[in-house]
Write a protein that binds this ligand. Structure first.
Ligand code: SF4
Length: 245
């Protein structure tokens, strides 16, 4: 049996460990255990990582979707068709992104949870993008994750320098377990998966937007430019905060 085929070891709650208050039947992992599990999951496929997350945390598990493409959704649905998918409708998305949300929802029959943001009194993104992301995106994610034990995202190390050290499994600032099943995937891995599995992509990805956020804060990138160069272009900001919290 190769390393990749070996079963994933689940570290269970030892005697003296605190019980999971959300679901006492579920194990609680210490930070050291999560680091050990993360190192182990480096060696297995994204599908096995997702299976580990589902087996350990479902139904107290959600996944976020940016709708740049449906790669993680496609992978996750094959493990758990009922998995909760969270999309944060900031009110500032491109029409193409909202159309992609609807297309993906219908295609997979998604258990989709739209977090809708109330209209802001002023264009906060213009005056103070840091607070805009914090109030609009991070605040809605906090709401979406209330009562959850773990969440998954499509975060990848190759996306940005700030993400280069992202573990497969870690604990976020909320105390929840954060799982990044495709953290090790390169851009080529993503492109190959999309091609081989006929995965839905946001049409903007074919028009110079390799990384898609809110419309006022996303511009197309030129050939050879950093894929995230179009995010908050000209501003001293490169992350919305979803992966910092
Ligand atoms: S990406 Fe721009 S519009 Fe969207 S939440 Fe952040 S600052 Fe606001």
């Amino acid at each position: 049996m190769t390393v990749a085929e070996s079963p994933i070891r689940t570290i269970t709650n030892g005697t003296g460990s605190p019980y999971n208050l959300i679901d006492p039947a579920r194990p609680v992992y210490s930070d050291a255990e999560l680091a050990e599990i993360s190192a182990e999951l480096e060696k297995v496929s994204a599908t096995k990582v997702i299976r580990w997350a589902v087996e350990n945390f479902s139904p107290h598990l959600a996944m976020t979707a940016s709708m740049t493409d449906a790669v993680l959704i496609d992978l996750a649905i094959k493990v758990d068709p009922a998995i909760e998918v969270v999309f944060i409708d900031t009110g500032y998305h491109f029409p193409e992104t909202l159309e992609t949300v609807e297309e993906v929802r219908r295609h997979y029959g998604l258990n989709l949870r739209m977090m809708t943001v109330a209209r802001q009194a002023e264009e906060l993104w213009e005056a103070d993008p840091e607070n805009c992301c914090s109030a609009v995106k991070v605040g809605q994610l906090d709401r979406a994750l209330a009562g959850k034990a773990a969440w998954m995202s499509g975060l990848r190390r190759a996306e940005a320098e700030s993400r280069a050290g992202a573990p497969i499994v870690s604990r976020d600032l909320r105390g929840l377990v954060k799982v990044s099943p495709i953290a090790t995937w390169t851009d080529e891995d993503v492109a190959a998966y999309i091609r081989d599995n006929d995965v839905i992509v946001n049409p903007l990805t074919l028009r110079g937007y390799p990384s898609i956020g809110c419309e006022p804060c996303t511009s197309p990138v030129a050939d050879g430019e950093d894929p995230r160069a179009g995010r908050w272009r000209g501003k001293d900001k490169s992350e919305c905060g979803l992966h910092l919290a």
